[in-house]
Structures are given as structure tokens and as C-alpha cells.
Write a protein that binds this ligand. Structure first.
Ligand SMILES: *[C@@H]1O[C@H](CO)[C@@H](O)[C@H](O)[C@H]1NC(C)=O
Ligand SMILES: *[C@@H]1O[C@H](CO)[C@@H](O)[C@H](O)[C@H]1NC(C)=O
Ligand SMILES: *[C@@H]1O[C@H](CO)[C@@H](O)[C@H](O)[C@H]1NC(C)=O
Ligand SMILES: [Zn+2]
Length: 476
């Protein structure tokens, strides 16, 4: 868990993060790194996505998730509502709700799932099922009383009520599902991990009751997850932490599954549906690592995300599965300094500054908590261990939390209709392509003709399995 001011963020994988993760991946297996191929590097199509929100040049994860899941750009801080909704103003919710590709897929008879390393009611996943003017309304305890009275619902409640029976839900966020003061199963008696709900509801018990005759299973630790036989599971709720999952470098391998393990189980459950499936996967803690200035954590998260993409690739076929990997937004993270080939990605540039005569790391942030002045001058990084997991890379401007970046992010795609994701596109174009490929949502005329002709590769389209792997940098 992060010990910093709660970042209300998710993904965040900009292009510098992709490149640095590629080098790290190679260096972890003993190579110089630059020549390594990430799994996403092997995708045949790449596009750039313009990430701005309707009211923000530099985006947050809520507005961007609404764009790439619901197909419309939205205001910062809002999920599953159009730009007519005003952040935190409950009464602007009603009539402005927009639906997501997850719902379009469910309505079309596909199985659907959400897998994230953050809370399952965090900004990115919530845009798939909730309509909320405030991304921070995790449970009713985080909401103003007036908003509850005016009929607005917290995001945890919406997870279970808006789209009945999402087949797979995995991530963190246990505490938002239990009544206030309920002790957590993994951290008994620890106050900060206790249930938060003021309405006294136990959403997990309610869910278990609802799916008890439908081959539904609730698990809260890795061992129980891996003990399941996915062939005998049609509904899975896995909540592995009271809040976000830990960074993969700090994961408790007894209790917390890796992102790759969660994706593996999710696909095994979802792919049993002959009509196909839709899966949203979020490597949400890339963003958190960056916000904390902890580049090494962020990059290891990105490498784990890439491993999950590789696993998903082994379990699906590009002949019937569209896979899209993208980020919600970037970060002000970069690396440079004329480092030689094979230089450790967390290492130093080969020269000292010709201004202050001090060494500097290749990785630097534009702003963030790594800004350090020691005795009135820039810290000499040779006097500290800049390779440790939680080292905060230097930044130009001091901020308690590093910010998102405003530049375009990459969209990698493979599978049916993947070629439509090319060129520079608005972020909200993405789900329309996925829906078009899967023959779900509003625009399905091409599917009818494909079926009636029943010839050529397009005849297979209605069975498309759409998987969105949202390799995200963190958005706050
Ligand atoms: C909506 O609520 C805001 C306060 O949050 C209030 O100022 C505004 O008048 C309300 N609008 C309507 C149409 O009720
Ligand atoms: C929760 O615990 C706190 C502190 O122990 C107590 O003040 C509060 O009344 C309790 N609330 C409920 C709903 O039990
Ligand atoms: C920085 O620290 C290293 C290691 O202690 C030292 O050799 C070097 O002289 C220092 N550079 C400056 C400019 O203080
Ligand atoms: Zn963020």
C-alpha cells in the first residue's frame, strides 16, 4: 500500500514509460535491454490517442476512462456521464448517463469482466459500470450527505446494481463493500482497513446470495483464487485488499495474486461463453508509482502488465479476439542524458552536469516529490542509493504528488478490425472500433450483412472476443 496522500488515480503509461519498461524487461533477463520486444511491441497496429478531457488539457483517469470505455469525452473527475455533468454536483447526473462497451457487450450476450490492481471502484474500472459525477465517491462514506439524499449512489453500490452480474470482478477495494467498523478479514482489528459503509449494507454477502445458485464464488486471497477450477465458475468476485493491491515488487505472494494470474483466471472463466467476452484489464499502479516519483515501482508494474498481455495472447487467438492496449494518460516522466547502450535504466547518465558538476540519473520527472535541495543545492545522487525500489527520481519542481502528462499515448492493437486503430485519434474513438469489430452497441448494420452472406472472414465477426487491456499510466 502507498503511504502517500490518497491518489485518486489509475493507469498512466506514456510512451517514455513503455520504452523504459522495455529496457527494464530486457535487463531483468540479462540483456542490454534496448533491443528487447515487449509483448505490446509485437502488435501489428499502433495509433496515437489524444487524451485531453472536455475541461482539461492534461487529463485525469476518470474523464479518460469515460472516453475509452463509453465513447464520449467527459469532464475531469467524472465517470460514466457526459460532459453535461458537473464534477461533484449530484443533480447533474440524471439524464447525462452514458453506457460503456462493457454494458454493450453484456447486452449482446457476451461474458464480461474487470481486472485491476487498484480498487475495483477506482476511476478506470468504474467508468465501465458506474455513472458518477465524482470519482471519489467510493462508498457512501465518501459522499456528502446532500448527494446521498438527492439520490446519487456510491460507486461500490453501482458496481453490483447497474449491470447485474458482471461475470468477473477482481482487484482491491474490500473495505468499501462492508458496513462501517467491520473488521477486515486479512487485517483483523486494524482500524484503517475496516469497512466504511454508512448504510450498513454488506455488498459482498448480498452478491454471494445473488449468485449462490449460479456457480458464483467470492475469494479474498491468492490461494483460494488459484484453487478454483474456472470450468466450474461462472461468476467470480475477488477482492484481495481493503484498498489498492500492493506494488508487484512488494506483493505478498501468499495473499495477493499477480496481475497475470488474475488475467489468466478471468479469461478461463469468460471464454467459456460461445458468444465471446469482453475483459477490461487495468495495470493501475503504474500511475501510482509515477505519482510518488518512484520510477522503479512504476516500471516494474509496467513489466508485469506486459507479462499479463503475453499471457492473454497465449490464451486467445487474433483470428477472433481484438486486443487493444493503451493508457489513459501519460506522466511527466522521462529518461535521457546520452546514456550508453545497456546502461541500467535506473542508472546514472555518463557525465556530470556542466553547471553544478554533480551526477544525475537518466530518469527524471518534470515535477513531483523527488525535488531535493540539500544545503541549498541539488542533492548529489552519488551519495545515496538511487537503485532502491522506493527511490524518488529528481524533479524540476517540488510537488507532493507528481502530475499526469499531457502528450498523446500509444494504442497497440491486434485482431479483427485492429487496422482501424491507426493514425492520430481522439481517445473516445477507441470503444467505437471495438464495438464495431465485435458487432455490439449501436452500429451493427455491417454485421447483419456479414452474417447473411456467411462468407469470408467477416462472417466470424459476431463471435469476436473483445479484450481491452488498458495498460494505463496513472491519471489523477
Ligand atoms: C443543483 O445543485 C446545486 C448545488 O449543488 C445548486 O446550486 C443548483 O441550483 C441545483 N440545480 C438544480 C437544477 O436543482
Ligand atoms: C465505529 O467505531 C467508532 C470508534 O470505535 C465509534 O465511535 C463509532 O460509533 C462506531 N460506529 C458504528 C456505526 O458502529
Ligand atoms: C558527489 O558524491 C560523490 C560520492 O560521494 C563524490 O565523489 C563527488 O565528489 C560528489 N560531487 C560533488 C560535486 O559534490
Ligand atoms: Zn494518476
Amino acid at each position: 500500500m502507498v503511504a502517500v496522500i490518497t491518489p485518486l488515480c489509475d493507469a498512466g503509461m506514456g510512451i517514455p514509460t513503455v520504452t523504459a519498461a522495455r529496457i527494464l524487461k530486457g535487463q531483468l533477463s540479462g540483456h542490454s535491454g534496448e533491443e528487447t520486444q515487449l509483448e505490446m511491441d509485437k502488435f501489428p497496429y499502433v495509433s496515437l490517442s489524444k487524451t485531453y478531457n472536455t475541461d482539461a488539457q492534461v487529463a485525469d483517469s476518470a474523464g479518460t476512462a469515460t472516453a475509452y470505455l463509453c465513447g464520449v469525452k467527459a469532464n475531469e473527475g467524472t465517470v460514466g456521464v457526459s460532459a453535461a455533468a458537473v464534477r461533484s454536483q449530484c443533480n447533474t447526473t440524471f439524464g447525462n448517463e452514458v453506457t460503456s462497451i462493457l454494458k454493450w457487450a453484456k447486452d449482446a450476450g457476451k461474458s464480461v469482466g474487470i481486472v485491476t490492481t487498484t480498487r475495483v471502484n477506482h476511476a478506470t474500472p468504474s467508468a465501465a459500470y458506474a455513472h458518477c459525477v465524482d470519482r471519489d465517491w467510493f462508498s457512501d462514506a465518501e459522499m456528502p450527505v446532500e448527494a446521498v439524499q438527492a439520490g446519487c449512489k456510491d460507486i461500490a453500490q453501482q458496481l453490483f446494481e447497474n449491470i447485474p452480474n458482471i461475470n468477473v470482478i477482481m482487484g482491491g477495494g474490500r473495505k468499501y463493500m462492508f458496513p462501517k467498523n467491520t473488521s477486515d478479514v486479512e487485517y483483523p482489528g486494524e482500524h484503517k482497513h475496516m469497512g466504511t459503509r454508512k448504510d450498513g449494507r454488506n455488498l459482498v454477502e448480498e452478491w454471494k446470495e445473488r449468485v449462490k445458485d449460479l456457480r458464483g464464488h467470492y475469494v479474498w486471497n491468492r490461494k483460494d483464487l488459484l484453487a478454483l477450477n474456472p470450468n466450474n465458475v461462472d461468476y467470480l468476485l475477488g477482492l484481495f485488499e481493503p484498498g489498492d493491491l500492493p506494488y508487484s515488487l512488494e506483493r505478498n505472494t501468499e495473499t495477493d495474486p499477480s496481475l497475470t494470474e488474475m488475467v489468466d483466471v478471468a479469461i478461463r472463466i469468460l471464454r467459456k461463453n460461445p458468444q465471446g467476452f469482453y475483459l477490461l484489464v487495468e495495470g493501475g499502479r503504474i500511475d501510482h508509482g509515477h505519482h510518488e516519483g518512484k520510477a522503479k515501482q512504476a516500471l516494474h508494474e509496467a513489466v508485469e502488465m506486459d507479462r499479463a498481455i503475453g499471457r492473454a495472447g497465449l490464451m486467445t487467438s487474433p483470428y477472433d479476439t481484438l486486443t487493444v492496449v493503451t493508457a489513459d494518460h501519460s506522466h511527466v516522466f522521462n529518461f535521457g542524458g546520452y546514456t550508453p547502450r545497456g546502461n541500467s535504466i535506473t542508472g546514472l547518465a555518463p557525465m556530470v552536469s556542466d553547471v553544478d558538476q554533480k551526477p544525475f540519473t537518466a530518469i527524471l520527472y518534470g515535477n513531483g516529490p523527488g525535488y531535493k535541495i540539500v544545503n541549498g543545492v541539488r542533492e548529489n545522487v552519488s551519495t545515496i542509493d538511487y537503485n532502491q525500489n522506493n527511490y524518488q527520481a529528481q524533479s524540476a519542481v517540488p510537488l507532493r504528488m507528481e502530475t499526469h502528462g499531457g502528450e498523446d499515448v500509444a494504442v497497440f492493437s491486434k485482431g479483427p478490425m485492429a487496422h482501424l486503430l491507426h493514425g492520430v485519434k481522439e481517445q473516445n474513438y477507441i470503444p467505437h472500433v471495438m464495438a464495431y469489430a465485435a458487432c455490439i452497441g449501436q452500429n451493427t448494420r455491417h454485421c447483419v450483412s456479414a452474417v447473411s452472406q456467411a462468407t469470408g472472414p467477416s462472417a466470424a465477426l459476431p463471435g469476436v472476443l473483445a479484450a481491452l487491456l488498458s495498460l494505463t499510466p496513472l491519471l489523477c
